[in-house]
Design a binder for this molecule. Structure first.
Ligand code: ADP
Ligand code: GN1
Ligand code: MG
Length: 358
């Protein structure tokens, strides 16, 4: 975003200071405005979110709902969930003349977001934060939420998208990635497990976050506990297995999602255990038998799904996820596939761990 555009946007929200690019998200453009109080300014990615006003409607309603619960529990509603800052016209977002949509949140200070962590205890706090988030939304009227990305975690549909990208080979990259494609197709044997169980009714539809990557929770800089679940663009009806599995994909890996030295990438069972302990401390009482049974599988499935999404984007010429270097999406896909194979080899140990906390 150029300076003039940034100034225009800031003026619409009465933000007067300079804004600097901020954070490591793959989707939106995020800026920190070091005003008093500090604010987060974001341009919503309209390539990803086709109806940004529906995204904002969901976020406003969900955060207002959460604020009431946080207040009732004696917490701090400005710190434990996002606060949408209105424009000078009293709206939740600003639309510029090109149709781009911008929003502002209160900055949650004295906090840290991690792409990866060394200490497994952080995963306990992450699990607790995501579990609490889900529990607090347990009685939110799910059918009032817009489906901001249709079939977001429909893994079989993601497999179909991959097959289409292979057939089209738009960016001419297929020849060099045969082994990766073979892996992706072989592991598609798992793809339908969660959607089938949802269709059967053994895994219920709940209000879920759907993008529980580790850096979508902010931790207190001192206590290191989870403070706030952020990045609420994809809050919509889904399965709790999506939230559990996706958090482990990023959180229980031994390294970053784009680490290219794959010898360094494995699924850390200690981190898995801490996350399961934290998440189940908030949610165990309401889970169905099938949900419990599928907890280990969800880590594989969500990692696999993300891997094939990266691979699809690579084949299509990097149009969805932000990339910061050549082959970035391919590196990410290979990293996820390494993790998938490792998770598969650890299913039994994961099931034993789950038994301890359910
Ligand atoms: P994306 O969809 O691109 O991932 P996010 O909403 O997750 O966008 O924001 C990107 C990063 O910006 C987060 O990982 C976090 O580090 C930071 N961030 C976002 N909102 C806030 C906030 N309200 N307070 C503090 N940091 C924030
Ligand atoms: C994106 O928005 P961000 O960076 O937190 C993506 C997730 C992927 C993740 C992979 C809306 O998350 O689904 O798992 O990248 N979000 C969207 O890092 O597609
Ligand atoms: Mg994010």
């Amino acid at each position: 975003m150029n300076e003039t555009k940034l100034k225009e946007i800031c003026s619409k929200f009465k933000v007067t200071t300079e804004a600097q690019p901020y954070g490591n998200g793959h989707i939106n453009d995020t800026f920190l405005c070091e005003s008093e109080p500090a604010l987060i300014l974001q341009r919503i990615n309209s390539n990803v979110f086709k109806n940004p006003h529906e995204v904002m409607e969901n976020i406003y309603n969900v955060t207002e709902f959460l604020k009431k619960k946080i207040i009732a529990a004696g917490g701090n509603p400005d710190r434990e969930t996002l606060t949408v800052v209105r424009t000078i016209d009293g709206k939740n977002y600003y639309t510029d003349e090109d149709g781009s949509i911008y929003r502002v949140y209160k900055f949650i200070g004295h906090s840290i977001a991690y792409d990866t962590v060394e200490n497994p205890i952080q995963l306990y706090y992450a699990g607790q934060a995501f579990g609490r988030f889900q529990r607090m939304l347990d009685d939110y009227p799910a059918d009032s939420l817009y489906e901001t990305i249709v079939n977001f975690h429909h893994t079989p549909m993601r497999v179909e998208n991959l097959k289409k990208a292979i057939a089209e080979n738009k960016a001419g990259r297929l020849d060099s990635i045969k082994a990766d494609v073979d892996f992706a197709l072989e592991y598609s044997k798992y793809a339908s497990a969660i959607v089938d169980a949802m269709a059967e009714g053994t895994v219920p539809l709940r209000v879920t976050h759907n993008d529980t990557k580790l850096n979508n929770v902010l931790f207190d800089a001192d206590t290191k506990e989870g403070v706030c679940v952020i990045d609420l663009d994809t809050v919509m009806p889904g399965s709790m297995l999506y939230d559990f599995g996706d958090a482990l994909r990023s959180g229980a890996s031994s390294g970053c999602e784009d680490e290219t030295d794959l010898d360094k990438i494995y699924f850390d069972l200690e981190k898995f255990e801490q996350f399961a302990k934290g998440f189940l401390s908030e949610t165990a009482s309401c889970l169905t038998e099938k949900e419990v049974e599928f907890l280990p599988l969800s880590a594989l499935l969500l990692t696999y799904e993300c891997g094939i999404r990266f691979l699809t984007d690579y084949l299509e010429g990097d149009t969805y996820f932000k990339i910061h270097r050549e082959n970035h999406n391919l590196d990410r896909a290979r990293n996820q596939f390494k993790l998938v194979a490792d998770i598969e080899s650890k299913f039994d140990q994961m099931a034993e761990i789950v038994k301890k906390y359910k």
